[in-house]
Design a protein around this ligand. Structure first.
Ligand SMILES: Cc1cc2nc3c(=O)[nH]c(=O)nc-3n(C[C@H](O)[C@H](O)[C@H](O)COP(=O)(O)O)c2cc1C
Length: 241
């Protein structure tokens, strides 16, 4: 059903990414999005500024990180704090900014509204859902960090509802959504698109099916042909209520 992880956000640091990794990527063929995290608002802005002066196509802000100046609560769990991060990144770049929203909050629509006001150009919905697992013999958490992020098919219904809710706000401002959370098949991807996602992201499924994206693309093409729908654009947010 899913995967619980607390691997952290391992990466070699923004300087190494910009100076050594980006020059080796083929920007002709593929669009690349940098996923930015930070422990303070200043961190987010500094990393975003570094990417502004690089060939990266867009910057996705992972606002689910702990805010060390506010006792470690996640920026993304609070609309005002999320908006402050987006505003700081907005002033650090002219590239498109995608705010990656957390499902671990009460009012994702308010969060989306404030992020748009702060300058977000798009959303990624959703990040992992916080969870835990216990080893009953040792009576200890299985994840060393106690809590972990749950991903994969188990979270799909949660993600789908969040995409539907964020779309209600985002469509008014023409702000696109990357839908993600448990997508494995073309039908899963189509559900997200009908709920309001312009495109989809695949994470956990790639751990056990590295060709999932190709199968999903083929399945979407077959669906469009079967229903005589000219393009995915005609499907986005086409949910009949
Ligand atoms: C191993 C792993 C690492 C992840 N790392 C990041 C990350 O660095 N930044 C981020 O915004 N989300 C990260 N995520 C969250 C995923 O991008 C995605 O939002 C989530 O897993 C739901 O999609 P999925 O069910 O298709 O995996 C990670 C997820 C997994 C499973």
């Amino acid at each position: 059903m899913g995967m619980l992880n607390a691997i952290g956000l391992q990466n070699p640091g923004v300087d190494k990414v910009v100076d050594e990794i980006l020059p080796g990527l083929d920007f002709e063929e593929t669009r690349f999005i940098a996923n930015v995290c930070g422990s303070t608002i200043e961190d987010y802005a500094a990393v975003t500024r570094r990417f502004d002066d690089s060939p990266i196509d867009a910057i996705e802000i992972n606002i689910s990180c702990p805010n060390i100046k506010e006792g470690g609560v996640s920026f993304g769990n609070y609309p005002e704090m999320s908006a402050k991060v987006v505003a700081a990144c907005r002033s650090a770049t002219s590239k498109p900014i995608i705010a990656k929203l957390s499902p671990n909050q009460t009012d994702i629509q308010e969060n989306a509204r404030l992020c748009i006001e702060a300058g977000a150009d798009g959303f990624a919905v959703i990040n992992t859902v916080m969870g835990m697992a216990i080893d009953v013999e040792a009576r200890q958490p299985i994840i060393g960090n106690v809590r972990g992020g749950l991903s994969g098919p188990a979270i799909k219904p949660i993600a789908l509802l969040k995409v539907h809710q964020v779309h209600e706000i985002a469509k008014v401002h023409n702000v696109p959504i990357i839908g993600q959370g448990g997508i494995v098949t073309a039908e899963d991807a189509l559900e997200f698109i009908i709920a309001g996602a312009t495109t989809v992201g695949i994470g956990t499924a790639l751990f056990y099916d590295p060709l999932a994206c190709r199968k999903i693309n083929d399945g979407i093409a077959q669906y469009l042909a079967r229903h005589e729908i000219p393009s995915i654009a005609a499907l986005v947010g086409s949910l009949q209520l």
